[in-house]
Design a protein around this ligand. Structure first.
Ligand code: GCU
Length: 459
């Protein structure tokens, strides 16, 4: 008996050793992959700098580690004074005085600046996307019966068959719905590596608060998840593949060409094309949501596609809703480094090398004005838990400085210029803001967002 137990123990130990070994090998592979991604990203970054004729080194960005010697500024008293470009002034210095000025000319000036200097331009011709249904199933989310469709947007690659792009999208609508329903589309994950189901982004706080999908379903609304990496990889090494590489037939980008955020936003626009044909979805009531880099992508999507009805922009930080000129948290030098430059067009690198952020013709508040007068909710986590890298106040201030455009267009802004206390919802206007008490997630803001969204979607 004892011998037998010993044999079992030995067997279990052996399995642990083998299991540990497999994990160690997997970790080694992951590290090797990471190393080669970093190496190829750096090469592409250098290639881009060459085509910009920038010979000097980029200025290094501050560290996100608050204990580091070169930690990013998190002290309000060290914020420098800066002057922001005025969204209501034409580039020739004349004032924008009426709605026609905005729609006929000023808005396109701002679009043009963002395209040429920050997020990049879309190629003139883009391949068609053919949406196919991979599966339709009935499922239960929480206690809500749902019909979930798994879709694949197959991008026509006949011009360059070496690169294949298939956009992954899941759409869930209440089973008992009798007509088209509003839908919130999230930039997120459907499947985890190794085929497992992805945990919910706000999984860890689910004990007391229903997950986002359940909260939407409880209102009779639907959810969708769009997978960014199925459109374009999240690193510079991938710029010669994905949709950007496909259009360039595997060649490097030119300095004005689109970066990854714009590519993800393009993918979201193709999902909107699909929704127009889905009888379960109310195409006039589609919101976009995302956190962090996906929060940046959500804001870029809304700015460039007028079909987005509402925005839920989570902890998007620098390169998203945060004022870039504000020296607090992440800085342009971080964004324009070899690990993040791929989110932007090549020209953006200039602002961390040959030029400075004060030379940039636009700033984040103007990205918000491109959404005007459509309602946009800017979300942040608690600085105690999320940290200060995203600069919650910088995102609030972008909302403040976008306000004059919303007002010109007959909409309401935040209603105050004073940064609210943690948790206080500013939700009386078409620019909304709330810093919740949780971490780097939109999770704790869903119920506030939903209450605000009702004002627009119940009409
Ligand atoms: C880094 C990066 C941020 C980004 C974040 C994320 O922290 O500096 O700009 O938002 O990653 O997407 O997780």
């Amino acid at each position: 008996m004892i011998r037998r137990q010993n044999q079992i123990v030995v067997l279990l130990m052996l399995l642990c050793v083998i299991g540990g070994g497999v994990h160690a090998v997997q970790a080694q592979f992951a590290q090797a992959d990471r190393d080669s991604i970093n190496r190829y990203s750096y090469l592409d970054f250098q290639e881009m700098k060459k085509s910009l004729s920038i010979e000097i080194e980029n200025r290094p960005g501050p560290s996100g580690d608050p204990l580091a010697a070169n930690a990013a500024n998190t002290d309000e008293s060290n914020v420098r004074s800066y002057s922001l470009p005025n969204p209501l002034m034409f580039s020739d210095g004349k004032k924008v005085t009426n709605q026609k000025d905005w729609w006929a000319k000023r808005r396109s000036e701002i679009v043009n600046d963002f395209e040429s200097e920050v997020y990049g331009r879309l190629p003139e011709t883009l391949p068609k996307v053919n949406w196919v249904v991979k599966s339709v199933k009935d499922t239960i989310v929480g206690s809500f019966p749902v019909q979930e469709k798994t879709m694949l947007g197959i991008v026509d690659n006949s011009a360059f068959p070496e690169i294949k792009v298939e956009i992954e999208l899941v759409v869930g609508t209440p089973k008992e719905a009798t007509g088209p329903v509003p839908v919130v589309m999230e930039f997120g994950f459907i499947n985890w590596p190794f085929g497992k189901r992805a945990p919910e982004p706000n999984y860890f706080m689910s004990a007391y608060e229903p997950l986002w999908k359940q909260q939407l379903l409880s209102q009779g609304w639907g959810y969708a998840i769009l997978v960014p990496s199925s459109i374009q990889a999240d690193h510079g090494a991938g710029l010669k593949s994905g949709i950007i590489g496909l259009v360039n037939k595997g060649a490097a980008r030119a300095p004005e060409e689109w970066g990854v955020l714009r590519a993800w936003a393009w993918g979201a626009s193709r999902a909107l094309d699909y929704f127009e044909k889905d009888a379960d979805v109310d195409q006039k009531k589609i919101a976009i949501e995302g956190t962090s880099r996906y929060g940046k992508a959500a804001l870029v999507t809304m700015a460039f596609d007028a079909r987005i009805s509402l925005g839920f922009i989570g902890s998007s930080g620098e390169g998203g809703a945060s004022i870039m000129r504000r020296n607090f948290g992440e800085q342009v030098e971080n964004l324009a480094s070899s690990s993040e430059y791929h989110w932007f067009c090549g020209n953006f690198i200039k602002y961390a090398s040959s030029l400075t952020i004060d030379d940039l013709p636009v700033d984040a508040h103007e990205l918000i004005t491109l959404c005007a007068p459509r309602p946009v909710f800017i979300s942040a986590g608690s600085h105690f838990i999320e940290g200060q890298w995203v600069d919650a106040k910088g995102m609030f201030l972008a909302g403040v400085h976008a306000q004059p455009v919303y007002q010109l267009l007959g909409a309401k802004g935040l209603g105050t210029n004073d940064f609210p206390v943690l948790g206080f919802p500013l939700i009386n206007g078409e620019i909304a803001f709330r810093q919740h008490a949780g971490g780097h997630s939109t999770g704790p803001n869903w119920s506030t967002w939903i209450a605000w969204a009702h004002r627009y979607w119940d009409k």
